[in-house]
Design a protein around this ligand. Structure first.
Ligand code: AVJ
Length: 321
């Protein structure tokens, strides 16, 4: 769950360590093997992700940023005086600034993120640049929030969930998250959600398998992290990055392919791999606008407005509870 970042370093990360061990062992014991994508975001993974967002092939960040700039006044017009903005998976809080600049009536900013390094740096930078804003960061998995931060209670709320992070979840989990967010944000909340739109493989594959190999390094960083935190002995050269488009599920998938028969030790357990066997590390769902609206509807939200960029298409949805 999400704990408040002011609990102090050390203790706040210990609970996450044992969860990482449990989730990695369970994922590697299942068939096909998998690892949860939320574990990409240690300090190095968060840094690599920021590098991905600048790649020529990775269109989502720059496309959504341009779209948010264009529609910021329309979003700001829906934000009441004294509102608190709660951001799910805030990372470097870069897109946040577009809304903060357009909506000075926001009184509180409550970012939630699983990466302590990213959250601490982002909170400090936002505090420095927006002196009148109360910043209330919460460290943890935003899919299990413990409640609204005290600073947001009693205020009108605006949820912010950009980046198509929602695309990491299969539909049922996305609906469960949207429902939990609706409860957390309370009645009459506005929820601004960014979601990538389905498009051709010619654009999708390079976006998840870039020429410079940054996405490959991001994917393999899961193994680096397991080596460091779980005393694993993954040989990074014995696994390859793989990005595939799953048309049936309308999602990009990332995998790590074992290049040989091998046995890896992870937290004292032997894990066997056959040559060609994969670890499924991420799903990134791409939506038709109507399918996204449907999903939001199942979670009790209605689409009050939506904006879709043209080519490459990326969607921003203003949901109302
Ligand atoms: C942060 C989950 C939105 O799915 O596009 C980028 C993560 N993975 N390149 C995405 C990611 C590979 C990203 N999200």
């Amino acid at each position: 769950g999400v704990r408040l970042a002011r609990d102090g370093a050390g203790g706040r990360e210990r609970a996450m360590d044992s969860e990482f061990r449990k989730d990695v062992l369970a994922g590697l014991a299942s068939s096909p093997k998998s690892l949860p994508s939320k574990y990409f975001y240690d300090a190095e993974g968060s840094r690599l992700f920021e590098e991905i967002t600048e790649l020529p092939e990775y269109y989502p960040t720059r496309t959504e940023t341009a779209l948010l700039r264009a529609i910021a006044p329309e979003i700001a017009a829906r934000i009441p005086q004294g509102a608190a903005m709660i951001e799910f998976g805030s990372g470097a809080s870069t897109k946040t600034r577009i809304l903060l600049d357009a909506a000075p009536q926001l009184a509180v900013y409550a970012p939630m993120d699983i990466s302590a390094s990213a959250l601490d740096a982002a909170a400090a930078a936002i505090r420095a640049d927006y002196p009148g804003l109360e910043v209330a960061p919460a460290l943890g998995d935003f899919t299990h929030p413990l409640g609204l931060p005290a600073a947001a209670r009693g205020r009108p709320t605006v949820g912010f969930f950009p980046g198509s992070t929602i695309g990491n979840f299969p539909t049922d989990e996305a609906v469960a998250f949207l429902e939990a967010a609706r409860r957390l944000l309370g009645p009459d909340a506005l929820f601004v959600v960014g979601a990538d739109i389905a498009k051709g493989e010619d654009v999708l594959i390079p976006a998840y398998d870039d020429a410079a190999g940054v996405t490959a390094a991001f994917n393999k960083n899961l193994l680096v992290r397991a080596n460091r935190e779980l005393e694993a002995d993954f040989d990074l050269d014995a696994f390859a990055h793989l990005a595939v488009w799953n048309a049936v599920e309308s999602r990009m998938e990332m995998h790590l392919v074992s290049l040989e028969d091998q046995v890896v030790s992870v937290a004292g357990k032997a894990v066997a791999f056959l040559a060609g066997e994969t670890i499924h590390t991420e799903n990134s769902y791409k939506y038709e606008p109507a399918a996204f609206a449907d999903m939001a509807g199942r979670a009790g939200w209605r689409v009050e407005a939506r904006w879709i960029s043209e080519d490459p298409a990326f969607g921003v949805f203003a949901l109302r509870s």
